[in-house]
Design a protein around this ligand. Structure first.
Ligand code: GRF
Length: 202
């Protein structure tokens, strides 16, 4: 059974979707550890409630980004993590982790990459006035929001949408698309060929 290490910074609704999908047997894997850079991230509480080790690693406790990322890698390896999932982790992931987990770090982004990369994908797409945005699940590499795409789903922007209604529609898709991608990884149905990622049907 594949072991996921989930990195978070906030409320952890995507983490919850992963935990639930593992519990339901939809993903042939388990969350081995949840790591947050923020002490008050509600996702840590979600992990504790599910009996999953919840670790806060404070970037301010380290001399710099390299030392912080080495600590994150150490925590992942301590829990024998096979794949890392960035689920609302609002920090750049350092080389220490990416090198330890090549093509084994999955990120979720709330827009259709390569459009609207960065920390405000939903807001930026809405402000641009696009009629279609969406959700991207991709492998992280050393360039932010750039790595090979595993799954994407379009989400329409409706005429009377506000940023809040659009955000809610995007989150709904995220909570389905990310567990589905992780299920495919856990089943061994995902093959990376350069920039193209092939996902075989179940
Ligand atoms: C999600 O929209 C994710 O795509 C973005 O941050 C948000 C995290 O939400 N990177 P949550 O913490 O999973 O509720």
């Amino acid at each position: 059974m594949i072991r996921f290490g989930v990195l978070i910074s906030g409320s952890g609704t995507n983490l919850q979707a992963i935990i639930d999908a593992c519990a339901a047997g939809e993903i042939a894997g388990k969350v081995a550890v949840v790591i947050s850079n923020k002490e008050d991230a509600f996702g840590l509480e979600r992990a504790r409630r599910a009996g999953i080790p919840a670790v806060h690693i404070d970037p301010k406790a380290f001399a710099g980004a390299a030392a912080y990322n080495a600590a994150v890698r150490f925590a992942l390896q301590t829990h024998a993590v096979d794949y890392v999932v960035m689920a609302g982790y609002m920090k750049l992931l350092g080389a220490a982790v990416l090198e330890a987990y090549p093509m084994r770090v999955v990120n979720i982004h709330p827009a259709l990459l390569p459009s609207f990369a960065g920390a405000h994908g939903i807001r930026d797409a809405f402000a641009h006035g696009v009629k279609v945005t969406g959700v991207t699940v991709h492998f992280a590499n050393e360039i932010f929001d750039e790595g090979p795409i595993i799954a994407q789903e379009a989400v329409p922007v409706l005429e009377d949408d506000t940023i809040d209604t659009l955000e809610a529609r995007i989150h709904e898709v995220e909570h389905r698309l990310l567990p589905a991608a992780l299920a495919a990884i856990a089943d061994g149905r995902v093959a990376v060929e350069g920039r193209r990622v092939r996902v075989a049907a179940r």
